[in-house]
Design a protein around this ligand. Structure first.
Ligand SMILES: C[S@@+](CC[C@H](N)C(=O)[O-])C[C@H]1O[C@@H](n2cnc3c(N)ncnc32)[C@H](O)[C@@H]1O
Length: 216
């Protein structure tokens, strides 16, 4: 994921928060990693439940606001990493113990990043993953469908598909593609995925979803 742009989507903030609270209901919260922390609106709403949190944000302005808000609110168990989340996933995530909640509130297709996460990190037990999948935004805008980016296993040399708007499956059944991604990833990484929940905000331009993943 390369852009550091954060579209305003907080009209659906309550829905995002509800999804995360629902995931937390099935878990004993320990460590949270927010890979798209922004100003931390979600993170700050959840942080009190966790023993420690890591917030990753590459945009310097957003990270500065986040740090100021954390100070104001006394959330000193949150560590802010001003860096690209891919670098964080490669260099820091593998060394963190007891992370059991990953937040990826992205506005692009987050699945390449999620594939990278699970090639560098393995949950020790049940872990919740909360995702904003902005892959549909590109589809709405008529970009080419990159089904290869929605694969849990990569096929070398896979060609981009037809213009995304023309692909009825993705238009009508985006959730099926996301579920297939997790099935493939789980098989490749010997994980079990359960409790998949999906929520569409008004306009269906992005998909919010979450699940619990654990070692097989
Ligand atoms: C939708 S906003 C997150 C909002 C946040 N979850 C909240 O509740 O306030 C997405 C954030 O991801 C950040 N971002 C995008 N690409 C990134 C990357 N490669 N590494 C780190 N942060 C990134 C953006 O700068 C932006 O602040």
């Amino acid at each position: 994921m390369s852009k550091s742009h954060c579209p305003r989507d907080h009209q659906s903030f309550e829905l995002k928060l509800l999804l995360r609270r629902r995931l937390l209901a099935g878990l004993r919260p320990e460590g949270l990693c927010d890979l798209c922390a922004g100003q931390g609106r979600l993170l700050r709403a959840l942080a009190a439940d966790f023993a420690f949190c890591h917030a990753v944000e590459k945009n310097a302005r957003q990270a500065a606001i986040l740090e100021a808000r954390l100070r104001e609110e006394g959330l000193d168990h949150v560590t802010v990493h001003r860096m690209d989340h891919e670098k964080f996933v490669r260099d820091l995530l593998p060394g963190l113990d007891a992370v059991n909640f990953l937040d990826v509130d992205a506005y692009q297709n987050p699945h390449p990043l999620l594939r990278l996460v699970f090639s560098n990190w393995r949950p020790a037990g049940p872990a919740a993953i909360a995702v904003t999948d902005g892959g549909r935004l590109g589809i709405v805008r008529g970009q080419r469908l990159r089904l290869d980016q929605y694969r849990g296993r990569l096929t070398p040399g896979a060609a981009p598909g037809p213009p995304a708007r023309a692909h009825p499956l993705l238009v009508a059944e985006h959730e099926l593609i996301v579920r297939a991604f997790w099935r493939e990833l789980a098989a490749k990484r010997r994980l079990v995925v359960r409790d998949f929940i999906a929520a569409w905000p008004p306009g269906r331009r992005v998909l919010y979803y979450g699940l619990i993943v654990e070692p097989d």
